[in-house]
Design a protein around this ligand. Structure first.
Ligand code: ADP
Length: 243
């Protein structure tokens, strides 16, 4: 039997009160692949992320994570998924360690393995000194890095990041992107990164342009330029999303 793809979504559609937010969206991730999901505000990125994380069910279509159907085998599918949501999701009054241990406990990870991975993740991002500090004392950029470490503690096959850099200053944004890239390379996790910022697609293996709920382009960044006849990603993006 062939190895299942980390993520495979087929013909996803979703409407809110009769207004389509996603129309027939299909995408897949290869092992270790870095894919940017680029779309302006309202394109449907968060809706797609909500479907992929099982928060909502699609009206139509299917989602498989490591071959497990989100509809019929959600716990198994979700066990292979790491997520950094758009809204920060740390308990600010708890320490970094307590926040991270909560996640490893949820995944039923033995404490020794959990602590080893927590230390490794924090060391890797230069955050070890914050282990026992309340998350409230950390900068916005460091909080997001903690969420990134947390998302990878159970060694998922797929990492989803929904506009994770929103609210960060440019330096923190670059640092977070670099951290994702480093960890992603080391752990070989397939990553889908939603953003409305064209500068964030630079290091992606592939870019998916979403506009008004539909995929307008899917391919390498170089294909995006060739296919649209534009010189920059910015110009290509604007040409595909012009109203
Ligand atoms: P993005 O994340 O790309 O900004 P969204 O997925 O948030 O896009 O939104 C896609 C469309 O769906 C928008 O028109 C938005 O107004 C609509 N939408 C999103 N969530 C809801 C909701 N819970 N109820 C009604 N409409 C929604």
């Amino acid at each position: 039997m062939s190895t299942p793809l980390p993520l495979q979504a087929q013909s996803l559609s979703k409407s809110y009160q009769g207004h389509p937010a996603l129309r027939d969206v299909s995408l897949s991730l290869q092992p270790g692949e870095r894919v940017a999901l680029l779309g302006p505000n309202g394109a449907g990125k968060s809706t797609l992320m909500q479907l992929l994380t099982g928060l909502f069910a699609p009206d139509q279509g299917s989602i498989h994570i490591m071959g497990h159907d989100m509809r019929t085998a959600a716990p198994r599918a979700l066990s292979h998924l790491g997520v950094v949501f758009q809204q920060p999701a740390l308990d600010l009054d708890l320490s970094v360690q307590a926040n991270l241990r909560f996640h490893t406990d949820l995944h039923g990870m033995p404490r020794a393995t959990a602590d080893a991975r927590i230390h490794e993740g924090l060391e890797r991002l230069g955050l070890m000194e914050h282990l026992h500090k309340p998350c409230r004392t950390l900068s916005g950029g460091n909080r997001r890095k903690i969420e990134l470490v947390r998302a990878l503690l159970h060694r998922p096959a797929v990492l989803l990041m929904d506009e994770a850099t929103v609210g960060l200053d440019p330096a923190s944004r670059v640092q977070l992107l670099q951290a994702v890239q480093d960890l992603q390379r080391e752990q070989g996790v397939a990553t889908l990164w939603a953003t409305h910022l064209v500068e964030e697609v630079e290091h992606a293996d592939r870019v998916i342009v979403l506009h008004k709920g539909a995929i307008r382009h899917q391919g390498r960044v170089s294909d995006l330029l060739t296919d649209t006849g534009q010189a920059t990603v910015q110009a290509a993006f604007l040409s595909l999303t012009r109203v």
